[in-house]
Design a protein around this ligand. Structure first.
Ligand SMILES: [Zn+2]
Length: 750
């Protein structure tokens, strides 16, 4: 089964190598996924004329070459995309029809397994489709995407609303107890059945038609929302003169100069309307007026009362989502959304968010007071505003921790960090990474490099790892991981094709690329997703799928290895002297890890709570996002000095698709698991490289993916259910029920 279908059935989304949006830093285009598996669709050999016309289309071709076949990224032409999509959809429907019309009694093999074996051509085409979407976007592509998104949606509706198919799935589901299935097979049946039932398969007549129409309209609105945000990111560029650069580091200035030159503004300095440009500018620029300008432009993305304004789209999206789950008998969207998550109910998710909120707000008060005192001392004669927060926080950080982010950067080299990740993967997973010579595997941009991943013990090839590290025009912001092919074994073992994508700023030629501590952490995070894909041992493609409030856990956990001793000693070395980062600086980083945690936790929680507020509304008809946002934040007592991490009009996690809608809480849910699991390592005899715990990590937390219930998998790993205390300790917040609770965390979490 292909990934989009999984996403639509609520099955996969992230999992099948889907574009993982990680961190609150990113804007995932949800439900988007790369392709998955090899072709063995015999049913489709009775090709129609249409497919025969397209047999030459490179985007449809089976992947050949080394490593079990690789995508032909060197043959991508946009002209081929729409015909390839059409042909792949037609083939997919023939595959599905063959299963649905099978005259034999429905069985696990002839229905569920047969479904798992469909969609190979779709997966191949969609791999290219999403490379264009995320890595190589252009106006021309966006036009195609605008036309294709509703067609794709319609296509999947045809499958999810195929009554004969559903009847067979239901029959297998009803008889599963007598079918002598393995536990993973029984989970597969249940997961697929639920996916249908939760997505309208039980509906009939008018309701069924309305459901399909809603799906199609939503797909268009999601795409439009995402493109509006992207347009506002690209269309607003602030060009500065030489005398407006006060406070900025040389590397920032260089990057701004390069960005300006790229836009035919030679001799000026461009501050882009993206997080990776905005964040350092607000942290370092001494020019308060410019900070305000950059801040306003960034936080008004999608909210400028022009053709790219997203407010009306939000209302319509919420109305349609509510109507849709209403057809299925749910009170609100969040109820429907969380049912198959680890949290199970919106109330449990809210309980978590609300239990942390007061401690976060209290910490913001302390942070603002400290910043205000410093500003007063300087005689700045201001009251702290949102565009001052990062700037004065950095000053307080320097005063209190003497931690200079720019000094820290000197020890975080992109290449060394990559080697460090390979080392960690070797120690924990037994993997060995070796570079693929340029030219052996096609790539879609010269920046992209590829590595082979082997098992050190057996020497077996596990898969490939693609890295697309640098920012460029047409590439979406943030960082993400996805797989072009995921693991499966039910028709032969596949090699996994995993990828990581970032937006690091490329330095001057020959200079090392230096990352901030946060970027280094994100790099490890995304690599965690890649390892999760590579370590998969599931038999069926659908079982690679993710449970949204669980799939960020593995990647967040991997961040904890960044500041472990062997990494510090061997890889965090000064780019000029080669000296390891001094103990003292590491100690400062660790002490500073909980610094500004009030800001980080509050801006995140404000977005998470807003997401839940929108989706727990029983009737969002006519809801005005502008006033809803303001009223909700007032009710929550969000301090004036801080703003949501993602304001509603550009909250792509929630409105560019449904991957994180009523699901943004999942980051913190995963944080609870992360902190709790990390403590198991911290307390183990061998620490973070303890062999026993590493074995458990791979066996219970990574390899099974979605083949067993996450709550059970976690218990198998930890020997008990997760507890919130470690998270509170990590953030330097008081642990409920404990006195003091001012313990220093050992590595910051988000
Ligand atoms: Zn992630």
């Amino acid at each position: 089964m292909n990934k989009i279908l999984c996403a639509i059935l609520g099955l996969a989304i992230l999992g099948l190598g889907a574009a993982c949006a990680s961190h609150p830093t990113q804007t995932p285009q949800t439900g988007e996924v790369g392709a998955d598996k090899e072709d063995m669709s015999q049913q489709s050999n009775t090709q129609s004329e249409q497919t025969q016309v397209e047999t030459d289309n490179p985007l449809l071709q089976e992947w050949d070459g080394p490593y079990g076949g690789v995508p032909a990224f060197d043959e991508m032409k946009l002209d081929d995309l729409e015909p390839a999509l059409e042909a792949a959809m037609a083939e997919n429907l023939r595959e599905i029809e063959a299963i649905a019309s099978n005259p034999d009694e429905p069985t696990f093999e002839n229905t569920i397994v047969a479904m798992e074996a469909t969609g190979d051509a779709m997966n191949r085409v969609l791999t290219y489709y999403y490379i264009w979407s995320s890595n190589l976007s252009s106006d021309e592509y966006r036009e195609i995407q605008g036309r294709s998104a509703p067609k794709l949606s319609e296509h999947y509706s045809k499958i999810t609303q195929n009554e004969d198919l559903f009847r067979r799935v239901q029959a297998v589901y009803d008889n599963r107890a007598e079918a002598d299935l393995r536990p993973d097979q029984e989970r597969l049946v249940t997961w697929i059945y639920d996916g249908f039932a939760r997505n309208g398969a039980t509906l009939e007549g008018e309701a069924k038609e309305r459901y399909a129409a809603i799906q199609q309209e939503l797909a268009e609105l999601h795409t439009k929302f995402a493109n509006n945000v992207l347009a506002d990111e690209e269309n607003y560029v602030l060009y500065l003169d030489e005398d407006q650069l006060s406070g900025l580091s040389q590397s920032l200035i260089d990057a701004a100069a390069a960005a300006a030159a790229e836009r035919d503004h030679e001799g000026e300095y461009a501050i882009l309307n993206t997080r990776s440009s905005m964040d350092p500018f607000l942290t370092y620029s001494d020019e308060r007026d410019l900070r305000e300008k950059v801040w306003r432009t960034y936080y008004n993305r999608g909210d400028n009362a022009d053709e790219y304004d997203n407010n009306e789209l939000i209302t319509r999206i919420l109305e349609l989502r509510d109507e849709r789950v209403g057809l299925l008998g749910y009170d609100n969207y969040a109820q429907w959304r969380l049912e198959n998550r680890m949290a199970k109910t919106p109330e449990r998710a809210m309980e978590l968010l609300e239990s942390v909120w007061p401690a976060a707000l209290a910490r913001v008060d302390e942070e603002v007071a400290a910043m205000q005192a410093l500003a007063d001392e300087e005689g700045a004669d201001i009251s702290i505003q949102p565009w001052d927060y990062r700037y004065y926080a950095e000053k307080v950080r320097r005063a209190r921790y003497d931690l200079d982010s720019d000094e820290v950067k000197q020890y975080f080299q992109l290449d060394k960090l990559r080697e460090a990740m390979f080392y960690v993967a070797g120690e924990l997973f037994g993997y060995e990474f070796t570079p693929v010579p340029d030219g052996k595997v096609p790539v879609f941009h010269p920046d992209v490099k590829v590595w082979e991943v082997h098992d050190q013990g057996s020497g077996d090839l596990v898969g490939l790892w693609y890295l697309d590290p640098f920012a460029r025009s047409g590439k979406r912001s943030g960082a993400w991981a996805n797989s072009y092919r995921s693991h499966e074994s039910f028709r032969g073992e596949t090699t996994v094709l995993s990828s990581n994508n970032s937006n690091f700023i490329q330095g001057a030629p020959g200079e090392p690329v230096l990352l901030s501590y946060d970027d280094a952490e994100t790099f490890f995070h995304e690599f965690g997703h890649a390892l999760h894909a590579l370590a998969s041992n599931v038999a069926y493609p659908t079982l690679n799928s993710g449970v949204r409030d669980y799939t960020e856990f593995q990647s967040q956990l991997l961040e904890r290895w960044l500041l472990t001793d062997p990494v510090i000693e061997n890889y965090l070395v000064h780019h000029e002297t080669g000296e390891p980062i001094p103990d003292e600086l590491v100690a400062k980083i660790k002490r500073a890890a909980t610094f500004n945690e009030g800001f980080r936790t509050t801006e995140y929680l404000a977005s998470a709570l807003m997401d839940m507020a929108y989706h727990m509304t029983d009737d969002p008809t006519g809801l005005d996002p502008d006033s809803f946002e303001r009223e909700t934040l007032d009710r929550l007592n969000l301090p004036d000095e801080i703003v949501m991490r993602h304001r509603s009009p550009h909250f792509g996690h929630v409105f560019s698709g449904e991957g994180y809608s009523a699901g943004y809480y999942g980051y913190m849910w995963a944080d609870v698991l992360t902190a709790d699991a990390a403590e198991a390592f911290a307390e183990a005899p061998g620490g973070y490289y303890d062999e026993t715990w590493a074995g458990k990590l791979v066996e219970h937390l990574f390899a099974p993916r979605n083949a067993i219930d996450p709550a059970e998998a976690y218990r198998n790993f930890r020997g008990r259910d997760p507890e919130i205390d470690a998270l509170m300790r990590d953030r330097g917040f008081p642990v409920p029920g404990e006195d003091g609770g001012d313990a220093a965390g050992d590595a910051g979490s988000r």
